[in-house]
Design a protein around this ligand. Structure first.
Ligand code: NAD
Length: 289
């Protein structure tokens, strides 16, 4: 495979595209507007520029060479020649379900779809297409180029051939995959979102500041990042949407999204990507918000 389609040019779509380009692939990147695609173009060039400093063995690539490998478009029809598609659109059932119906129409019948979702069931998305055996969960971690391992999720109908194809692609990208079975949230987010949500409840209850919560995880537990820093990095809107998916899937109150988290998203405080979340990213030194 050489031509990969990437749908969604947000945090993850940008990271996945940059990583694919750095590993020699040609990418067709689809999003809804040219403003988003223009921002994505700048972010991808930035990631590719810094990659050789951050990752041993990655070669330098000029901006010209980078951009030559990517087609930026808002037309799904341009995915017709893609040999594999990685979808990274907003964590929202309605949005993703429309996207899969379109992908099923425009992509060649043998093409497999890698679903980059935090929580939505791969089996459920597969049921919307004529090719449920060709859908597989590819839960990339953020920032994509720096994370050597992904959580791979086999839907109920995912075939061995699809799994092998996805594994091969990830191997070419220098990534290890841990394969798990499909239930909403999979392993990673069924557990991690409980941490992040409870941390937001703790701040809402004024038990501790965001810094204190994160320091307990880092200094006491030895984690690299605290749950609120992680939530800011993921995007608070994405965390909120994921909690809603988990709540709708299990009808278990343990997944009820903290009101503070919802209020922050309504206020436009979506974490690092918006400049403000539990921390303020517009200032040089991080301060609690
Ligand atoms: P994001 O909000 O940063 O980006 C989503 C992008 O999808 C936006 O650019 C939006 O314009 C685009 N989009 C919306 N509707 C579209 C459509 N119909 N066609 C094409 N593009 C469309 O979200 P993100 O953080 O990049 O997350 C993308 C997916 O990856 C989500 O399902 C999320 O749960 C999952 N994920 C996120 C992270 C993370 O750390 N952010 C990690 C792993 C997986």
């Amino acid at each position: 495979m050489n031509k990969i389609g990437v749908v969604g040019a947000g945090t993850m779509g940008v990271g996945v595209t940059a990583d694919l380009v750095l590993h020699g692939y040609e990418v067709t990147l689809v999003d809804t507007s040219f403003t988003i695609l223009e921002n994505a173009k700048n972010e991808i060039c930035e990631i590719v520029r810094f990659a050789p400093i951050l990752i041993p063995g990655i070669r330098k690539m000029s901006e010209q060479e980078t951009l030559k490998r990517i087609t930026f478009t808002n037309q799904y029809e341009e995915l017709a020649n893609s040999e594999f598609v990685i979808e990274n659109v907003t964590e929202d059932w309605k949005i993703k379900s429309e996207v899969y119906k379109k992908l099923d129409m425009v992509c060649q019948s043998h093409v497999c779809f890698g679903v980059n979702t935090s929580c939505i069931s791969i089996t459920k998305l597969g049921s919307l297409t004529s090719r449920p055996s060709q859908l597989i969960g590819m839960h990339f971690m953020n920032p994509v180029i720096l994370k050597p391992c992904i959580e791979m999720i086999r839907g109920e109908h995912t075939s061995d051939t699809t799994t092998e194809t996805a594994l091969k692609l990830l191997e070419q990208m220098g990534k290890e995959s841990i394969i798990v079975n499909d239930y909403a949230g999979f392993v990673s987010n069924r557990i991690s979102h409980l941490f992040m949500n409870e941390a937001a409840w703790v701040v809402q209850d004024q038990m501790a500041t965001p810094q204190q919560v994160d320091e307990i995880f880092k200094k006491c537990f030895g984690h690299k990042m605290g749950p609120l820093e992680t939530a800011d990095l993921i995007g608070l809107d994405t965390v909120m949407h994921s909690l809603d998916v988990l709540y709708d899937s299990y009808h278990d109150p343990k997944f009820r999204c903290a009101q503070l988290l919802r209020k922050m998203v309504d206020s436009g405080y979506c974490g690092k990507k918006s400049g403000k979340g539990f921390y303020n990213y517009n200032e040089l030194t991080k301060k609690g918000s």
